[in-house]
Ligand binder design. Sequence first.
Ligand code: AMP
Length: 639
Amino acid sequence: MNMGYKSYEEAYRLSLENPEEFWGKEAEKLHWYKKWDKVLDDSNYPFFRWFVGGKTNLCYNAVDRHALGAKRGTAAIIWESPETGQSRVYTYYHLYKEVNKFAGVLKNLGIQKGDRIVIYMPMVPEAAIAMLACVRIGAIHSIVFAGFSREALADRIDDAKPKLLLTCEAGSRGGKIIKLKNIVDDALEIARERVEHVIILNRGLDPDFPKKEGRDLDWMELLETKGMNYVEPEVLESTDPSYILYTSGTTGKPKGVLRDTGGYMVALHASMEQIYDCQTDRDVYFSTSDIGWVVGHSYIVYGPLLLGIPTILYEGTPVYPDQGVWWRTMEKYGVTCVFSAPTALRILKKFPEKWIKDRDLSSLRYFFLAGEPLDKPTYYWATKTLGTKVIDHYWQTESGWPILSNMPGIEFLPIKPGSPTKPVVGYDLLIVDERGEELPRGQKGILVSRAPLPPGNLMTIYGDDERYKKTYWEVFPGKKLYNTGDYAIEDEDGYFWVLGRADEVIKIAGHRLGTREIEEAVSSHPAVAETSCIGVEDEIKGTVVIAFVVLKESYKPSEDLKKEIAQTVRDKIGPIAKPKAVEMVKMLPKTRSGKIMRRILKGVYEGKKLGDLSTIEDGASIDEVSAAIELMKEELGKK
Ligand code: AMP
């Protein structure tokens, strides 16, 4: 497919030189109650507005358009829950009925355009139905990942000031029941804000969940008493908000990324075709993320549904009830396009390949990965083992869709393992130094984008325009550059290499090294399944690197192995980068979305207070790391 463009270069150039033409053409593919007056209004820098004057509805485009047309009987949401042993398929028409019913409930509870609704739910189809019902009536959803603690939930409630909170009595992770309603009650105790009602979807997982008379309402009962057959979609301005999604910043207070309606819809629809190379009537999409993250918003729910293809909503981990569960799911539904994270592959790569090799994965066309650097060993392993194209792409909660990627829907560019390829259409990217001066190709610097950003990007930080300006646009005063906060290099072919967050760069004896480069060298050793490296203070060199390593199952820790791994880094990068200490751990501290929390490794090493731990996946990893650090300190002569 080339979407009418001869090459990536042609599409990319048009998107920068004539964004009106480029994005206008994409917007025509969707339904508008009223056509826009202007594709882009950039008069109020840095608050860019897309399809100004246009009127539309995200739910209508994602659901009604298909349900009332040829796709009435085809699959929209395929729910697969290894956690509970359930599967359920919603056709577009069925989804349409359910969304209308729930939109009726919201209307009958007095919810109006602009009201906020917090969703704290696990991966059940009702969560997606609720999202769609919100945008149908112009209510703004704010999903809080159902693995966040009560404090994190309370913070977000206080910021979003919702009228309603939607939850389940319980979720399940790795077969363990998580009592969500108890967490909600605790959060509402701590929060300053009050909600009018809590609506609970009772899944029968926790028979004794607490109920609060008057405030708490039962989801199923409400569908019976307040559901409606049809709720007219609200005719929204393209620039009306669709949702708030909180993400962490450098301070403790989470940032509420505010998304528009029309720009987001157009960007997502275009990305489904141009980046993910999906076609209606051909593809089945499986994003292994969670609706609590931006990937879940864009590529479990809105993106695939806007294109009218089936999307898999998966409740579970990659290893429960066993290590073959993902591959079986892909085989079962003939998945064509997967979107996952490198960390998941690094976990799965530890297990015998038979879990994959015994499955028929011939339907797979692409395996997209994002969220963190894709190290070369994992890239090569995945390409070989999965027998499909593995595509690294780079983006952020703020952008809502990719910033750097191969765009096989337009033209498949040769892959350079370790690079998420080139800028996506609409992004005028460059590498700058600390003062915002453009650096020549080949030099490390900060990855920024010239204004304006393409549609779909955040409108502002909810309730805090000043923070939006300061965080993203005023880092290089007077330059009109969006700061991604990441270090990167553009090579001689125009490929970008992301080196990690700008705050994770290490200077060893004055030499600047990205933690990513060192980690890549460590993980190129055949025994290494996963690693995280940090810089720690050293009297002579200023900083030295220490490496925490998770071994593949078939390897046993030994002093010789540690030396070998350190030597591998010396061989790959040079003596400067050789870790001063290497220690094996069974697991690394990670966020629930799979990002390794280097801050914790550093904090434990430096004996600092660890601060907010609400996002940690497994607290036991801290004990693992602490024990390893004790040994390292002995080795480094710090004790
Ligand atoms: P989040 O908003 O949680 O998605 O995090 C965005 C950050 O994840 C980016 O600023 C990068 O630091 C990192 N990231 C995302 N995708 C990639 C990738 N493909 N390669 C390297 N880093 C990535």
